[in-house]
Design a protein around this ligand. Structure first.
Ligand code: PEP
Length: 252
């Protein structure tokens, strides 16, 4: 299985022209992105242009999805709409959305809605604080179980990608990211929880990504012997050069 590289553009760039320039710069590095399962995840307003531009070298992802597939709600972007536009995956439960009030229960509804429409949910989990007493283990345990509540063990669990994103490490510089030794421990713990919930077979097929200040300078260390299957990258995905260098680090 190819390693995964997902670029979450968040709410950037600010104009369609800049978005097109970024997509073109990424396309010039198509060869390297093709060697991975690369996901480009722009803001909703650029999904249409991105769908055409990245087809040959990356999958399209959405940053969010409406939790229901069958109600009429102004402003909602449904899973079927995303799928029909060519999206393959959707980020669900990003900490920046959880901060706006998205609960584990809403996350689990979105996960089930996405699965029903054939989208791969990239489900974000991660502690706000890495406290010295280790309380974050219990928080993570609860977050994983509740966010994935109701997911069918045999039929659906293996279609999910888990993105472990410690909130304290997001949007900083490489040296403030989680250290590889700590990341290895967290991956073991997440695998243990997933195995308890979904059984060894399904859990073993659920890739775990790391996200939180991944940059070209720390990418190689973070992927070497930590058990992760790739990255969810925020700010460094907004520059084709750094995103390409992270791809290279994954392939080394
Ligand atoms: C993110 O927002 O998912 C993220 C990982 O951001 P950054 O890489 O900027 O920390």
């Amino acid at each position: 299985m190819k390693l995964i590289l997902a670029g979450n553009w968040k709410n950037y760039p600010e104009s369609p022209e800049e978005a097109i320039n970024l997509l073109s710069a990424l396309a010039r590095r198509a060869k390297i992105f093709k060697k991975l399962s690369t996901f480009i995840i722009p803001p909703a307003v650029y999904l249409g242009s991105a769908a055409k531009k990245i087809k040959s070298f990356a999958y399209l992802g959405s940053q969010d999805v409406f939790f229901s597939g069958d109600s009429t709600v102004t402003g909602a972007v449904t899973a079927d709409m995303l799928r029909n536009l060519g999206a393959k995956a959707v980020i669900i439960g990003h900490s920046e959305r959880r901060r706006l009030g998205e609960t584990n229960q809403v996350v689990s509804e979105k996960v089930k809605t996405a699965l029903k429409s054939g989208l791969i949910p990239i489900v974000c989990v991660g502690e706000e604080v890495h406290d010295s007493e280790g309380n974050y283990f219990e928080l993570l345990n609860e977050q994983i179980r509740s966010s994935l509540e109701g997911v069918r063990r045999k039929d659906d669990a293996h279609k999910i990608i888990v993105a472990y994103e410690p909130v304290w490490a997001i949007g900083r510089r490489a040296k403030e990211a989680m250290q590889p030794t700590e990341l290895s421990q967290m991956v073991i713990y997440i695998k243990k929880v997933l195995t308890e919930v979904f059984g060894r077979d399904s859990a073993g097929r659920m890739p775990i990504l790391y996200g939180g200040s991944v940059e070209p300078s720390n990418a190689k260390d973070l992927v070497t012997s930590t058990g992760i299957k790739g990255f969810l990258v925020g700010h460094a995905s907004l520059e084709a050069k750094s995103f390409g260098e992270i791809a290279q680090a994954l392939l080394k």
